[in-house]
Design a protein around this ligand. Structure first.
Ligand code: SAM
Ligand code: SF4
Length: 344
């Protein structure tokens, strides 16, 4: 069951203004906040082994700045906030930030995407602070392949993190699995079996041209249709009603727990229904993962902008959101930022 509130009035405070609508009539009600660009993993499809040039601390939005922006976004109709990164759990005092976000609006859906390696100690304090649920990235069920893909021998700790999240009630727990052709594509049926055993929905993400090393090649993208066919041949699937999520989701036809999702950003883009905006760790607002332009909110925040001025900047950015990314077009231009610097 999803925990996202179903109506604006469940979340919105007194004095709420008109919703955020882009130039194509799509309502934006989901905000991804990156709280750091740093990470304790080095996933091969995301960043190089040596890491990236991390932002100095002074450039990160403070908790107070994040809470102020969150309050403003909620007034503009944001119903769900996803805390992400980089790896969000490496930001010091993360539960304090979650508590501040929770105070913004009790009915807000607050979730986090994490690699899970620090969840064994953070799941409980995060849940106590008001986090609703987590999505954990898990690219292999095999120790050697997990270590190869993340460049960290940490599979057991991630399993422990998932178990801790379960105990803390951070559910439904979703699992994100980036499939890279020739690496972990042989594991999709094993993941389906694991989903049936654990009850966690596994969402397969197509490899996107957002790795910092620019090693992405189309030949390594495994189309979601192929993943679904492989699983359906062993464990027949039934589609669930499409919802606001970008993932298309399926349940097991025999009624087993768990389920499968696919995020087909490359082969079947879902831009028509995109309801998201993203805030980078240093306060740049992006209307699309692949946007080539962004709006600086930190500068105005730090030079005393009023809420009305910030609202204007946000509305203008959303109004300029483009119809869709152009990965499959000859004129596709990769954004300068890679996934971890945007906030996936
Ligand atoms: N560090 C956290 C994690 O890995 O869950 C949160 C940030 S990470 C950038 C967010 C999501 O983006 C993860 O599920 C990750 O697997 C995914 N991701 C990173 N690089 C990707 C790429 N090039 N293509 C597709 N997904 C990618
Ligand atoms: Fe870190 Fe997440 Fe990127 Fe992996 S995908 S390197 S865990 S930010």
């Amino acid at each position: 069951m999803d925990t996202i509130p179903s109506t604006r009035s469940e979340v919105l405070p007194e004095g709420a203004s008109d919703p955020l609508v882009d130039g194509f009539g799509r309502v934006v009600d989901d905000l991804r906040i990156s709280v750091t660009d740093r990470c304790n993993f080095r996933c091969t499809y995301c960043m190089p082994a040596e890491g990236l040039a991390w932002l100095p601390k002074a450039e990160l939005l403070t908790f107070e700045e994040l809470a102020r922006l969150a309050r403003l976004f909620v007034r503009l109709g944001i119903r769900s906030i996803k805390v992400t990164g980089g790896e969000p759990t490496v930001r010091a005092d993360l539960p304090t930030l979650v508590r501040m976000l929770r105070e913004v609006a009790p009915g807000l859906d607050i979730s986090m995407t994490t690699n899970g390696v620090l969840l064994d100690r953070l799941a409980e304090p995060l849940a106590a602070a008001g986090l609703d649920r987590v999505t954990v990235s898990l690219d292999s069920l095999l120790r050697h392949r997990f270590a190869e893909m993340t460049r960290r021998d940490a599979l057991e700790r991630v399993f422990a993190g998932i178990a801790a999240a379960e105990r803390a009630g951070l559910s439904p727990i979703k699992i994100n699995c980036v499939i890279v052709g020739g690496t972990n594509d042989g594991e999709v049926v094993d993941f389906a079996r694991w989903s049936r055993e654990t009850g966690h929905v596994v969402r397969f993400i197509e490899y996107m041209p957002l790795d910092a090393q620019r090693a992405w090649e189309r030949a390594k993208v495994v189309p979601s249709a192929r993943i679904l066919a492989a699983i359906d041949a062993v464990y027949p699937l039934e589609p669930l009603d499409p919802d606001a999520e970008p993932a298309r989701t399926f349940r097991f036809a025999d009624g087993a727990p768990g389920g499968i999702g696919v995020i087909s950003s490359v082969t079947e883009p879902f831009c028509d229904t995109c309801n998201r905006v993203r805030l980078t760790a240093e306060g740049q607002l992006r209307a699309c993962l692949f946007a080539l332009e962004e709006t600086d909110l930190r500068g105005p925040l730090r030079s005393g902008a009023s809420d009305d001025e910030l609202e204007r900047l946000i509305r203008d950015t959303v109004a300029r959101k483009w119809a869709g990314h152009r990965i499959n077009h000859p004129d596709f231009v990769r954004p300068d930022r890679s996934m971890s610097a945007i906030g996936g």
